[in-house]
Design a protein around this ligand. Structure first.
Ligand code: CDT
Length: 306
């Protein structure tokens, strides 16, 4: 029997500084309910879904941003989302800022099963942007100030009848992200993102943001024979325009469904997980065709060495 998983990409429009967590959770539950009505098993929310994208602001004292972080998941405020998942029988993935009890800060996504139980947690590996205030920019991208790089790698989980992995925003631009999970047999990768349309270090890339977004996710899907679900927090948030264009991508690399708006919108597709094998057992039969002994630089070297 074919293994299918109906998945919803729950794109969010802007979350402003003065939006309460409660109001955001209400929006998430509404999207989850829409997912239930559409027959979804799993609904995927974006990166840092509970708050505005706060790394756009500098503060001398990092602790001044503590209110943007969650110290537990579920928390009191997010518990209603977990309860709704169990009530509806719809799982979810949710990106949020995590502050651990021993003071570590991660850009984290939690995966929750259809009964409301936590399957696992992924902490962002590739942290983009900068550490210090750069006043020449129109807005800051201080992820490297507010988050540590995770050293936990890219785990996958047996869940939702398949093999599920996660990545976060900038991770999607790096082929190693997908291959690490491809080598563990991943069948669906869930990716939330906040991508400003303006890239200050090289504005010539601005008009290509949409192209690059789909380019990397489609390539990652095809080259590893996996579904990829890319979910944006898009639109104009606190004066910064961000890419929307959430998409559900098949193991063929084709886009099966895509958002039409820049606001809250649920995009749904039924994913045939067995389709992955058509790629994993042919062109991308890793066991037969890969040459890891030829790829030593990939793990032994970081920057370019001539
Ligand atoms: N959130 C995140 O990772 N955003 C980056 C923006 C570009 S780097 C300043 C991204 O890769 O989309």
């Amino acid at each position: 029997m074919t293994r299918t998983l109906t998945v919803g990409a729950a794109q969010l429009g802007p979350v402003n500084r003065d939006h309460s967590r409660e109001s955001v959770v209400t929006r998430l539950i509404d999207l989850l309910r829409q997912g239930g009505e559409a027959g979804c098993d799993l609904v995927v929310f974006p990166e840092l879904a509970l708050t505005t994208f706060f790394p756009r602001w500098y503060t001398d004292d990092i602790g001044g941003h503590d209110h943007y972080y969650e110290t537990s998941m579920p928390s009191e405020t997010t518990q209603p989302l977990f309860d709704a998942a169990a009530e509806l029988g719809v799982g979810f993935a949710l990106g949020y800022a995590e502050l651990t009890s021993d003071g570590h800060r991660y850009n984290t996504t939690v995966l929750v099963e259809r009964d409301g139980s936590v399957v696992g947690r992924y902490r962002k590996v590739h942290i983009p942007g900068h550490e210090d205030n750069e006043p020449w920019r129109e807005f800051q991208h201080l992820e490297r100030r507010y988050f540590e790089e995770s050293n936990e790698g890219f785990p996958v989980w047996n869940a939702f009848g398949g093999v599920i992995g996660m990545a976060t925003c900038n991770d999607r631009r790096w082929p190693e992200t997908y291959r690490e999970m491809g080598l563990q047999g991943v069948e669906m990768i869930l990716i939330g993102y906040n991508t400003p349309l303006h890239y200050a270090p090289d504005p010539s890339q601005n008009p290509l943001q949409g192209f690059h977004n789909h380019l990397v996710m489609q390539a990652g899907a095809y080259q590893n024979g996996t579904w990829v679900v890319g979910v944006a927090k898009g639109g104009n948030e606190e004066g910064v325009d961000s890419l929307a264009e959430s998409a559900i991508i098949a193991p063929s690399g084709e886009i099966m469904a895509q958002a039409q708006t820049t606001g809250d919108e649920l995009v749904v597709a039924t994913a045939d997980l067995d389709w992955c094998a058509d790629y994993k057992n042919t062109l991308f039969d890793f066991e037969r065709y890969r040459r890891p002994e030829m790829y030593g630089r990939i793990t032994s070297q970081k920057g370019v060495s001539k």
